[in-house]
Design a protein around this ligand. Sequence first.
Ligand SMILES: CC(C)(CO)[C@@H](O)C(=O)NCCC(=O)O
Ligand code: NA
Length: 606
Amino acid sequence: GSRWQSNLKTINMDPSYQKHFAVADYVIFAVLLAASMGIGLYHALSGGRQRTTQEFLMADRSMRCLPVSLSLIASFQSAVAIIGVPAEIYTHGTQYWFIGCAYILGLLIPAHVFIPVLYRLRLSSTYQYLEMRFSKAVRICGTLTFIFQTVIYMGLCVYTPAFALNAVTGFELWGAVLATGLVCTLYTTMGGLKAVIWTDVFQTVVMFAGQLAVIVVGVQQTGGVSEVWRKVREGNRISALDLNPDPTERHTFWTLGVGGIFLMLSLYGVNQAQVQRYLSARTEKEAVRSCYMVFPSLQLALALSCVMGLVMFARYCGEDHSDKLGTSSKDGCLFSMCLPGLPGLFIACLFSAALSTISSAFNSLATVTMEDLIKPHFPTMTEARATLLSKVLAMSYGLLCLAMAYLTHLMGDSVLQVALKIFGMVGGPILGLFCLGMFFPWANSTGALAGLGAGLALAFWVGIGSIVTRSSSTRPLPPCRAVLLSDNMTTAIHAALLNVTLSRPSGLKRFYSLSYMWYSAFNCFTVILIGLIISFLTGPMKEEDVTPGTVYPLLGKLLCFLPEHLKKKLCCVTPLGHTVSKTVKFHYRMSNTSETPSDITIPAMK
Ligand SMILES: CC(C)(CO)[C@@H](O)C(=O)NCCC(=O)O
Ligand code: NA
């Protein structure tokens, strides 16, 4: 049980907070669900009517960059971010905003390194790459790791908005979880990836509109922008750039701006949900362009949620809500739902964010299960059968996510931190696997497997260690001046907290208190390091054995100042640079030959 949950339970018990959810709010909410269902139905009945896996899972590879880019933002922007980021700002100040710096390289690298490699191989699942580069075993391990990550994350995503709705309206928690899960399962199952992408577009717009409306009304009620600014300054919420190099410091420029790049790479570079969208674009150029277009929208999403945290702080910090919500509520933003006239819109915003994430998860899970785990064993399966099975899979994952929501219910922590920890602990090793394959031609299959195993083991050691010892150093800022002056008790508690966290932990405990913003980078490097060591011990891959098109000449590019013969000696010139310039025939028997002809000409990687 956590503070967060008990806080919410107290709102729930106060009837004055519930009367704000009027008929109009229910109508907004119902319209959102109905519109999403409508889009699903439309795509079930139009186009190819979802009769092929090519359409159901790949949207016929015909999408344009605008819907793809909006859908790319929607995938990892769920109610977790809508509630968690403002709560983070409310409690700890604006330091988290610096994660925006990581978006630059975090999107440029996927656009110019990962997309070209993956798009040109014409994959259906990103894990096909692992089989081309390494072996079937690596592919299956990668797929299982991804399924594990997504299923846990999905539970968190379904649970969070249902919890908020329950807090505001007293709406039955599990009823809301069930409704979200069912609506989402239905439109995903009916309309396939096209429905997922087009509902994402609609839901992203609702999400932005809801946040903007809450901010505008919040500013108005506080008494204008300057008043908000004065209050957040007074409350010490505007953080300066923190350049402390200590890796155990939770949020600094280094953890957010540098560690965040690896988080972004694992989400926007190699995550199946995103790669599937790049692959659904009609050309590689459209895919790259959509990745570029994510940048401004993601900055906007970040800015909106950070500003919302500040506005909520200005609006509520001076008031004493301790009787209802506790003074240092992690979820100051939940106050916003009590704003007159807005709870419906804000709840719609939360559910939009959640639905668009869950639907991506269902569809990507159905895709990898089909492409990586089932099709290779039943190469003769008919298209109709495969499509039906994909739909059954999307549905089953929908039901599984309800079970996962219950798991989240038991966990209870700051939702944003839970999400970022999952991304780092499980997404980091997967990123490492892809980097090992793409940038290091010597890496072999044994090395990859050992690397992934070691990466996951270390990730869980640190991750679970930090949960058990509770050693992530959180040092919430004092609620606000008014409260500090009036409440000696709070002052005393904060002084005690400061003392505790200022005394540095030692030994293993210090290892466990590694900032979760470093998890992705740390786990990625573990996989690469162990992967390379084992590869060299077991006999590194030879240039001519590496499947053409699977290696990106990163080292060759980084060491471009070296003379050619030296680079060749270091094996920095990838097989691609030489052989593909003459457009080699690509001899690789795909496990699903129906979709990918075995002779593809791969353009040279320039
Ligand atoms: C994925 C990032 C870090 C991208 O800014 C952000 O959207 C975020 O913190 N997301 C939290 C996870 C979620 O919203 O489900
Ligand atoms: Na979303």
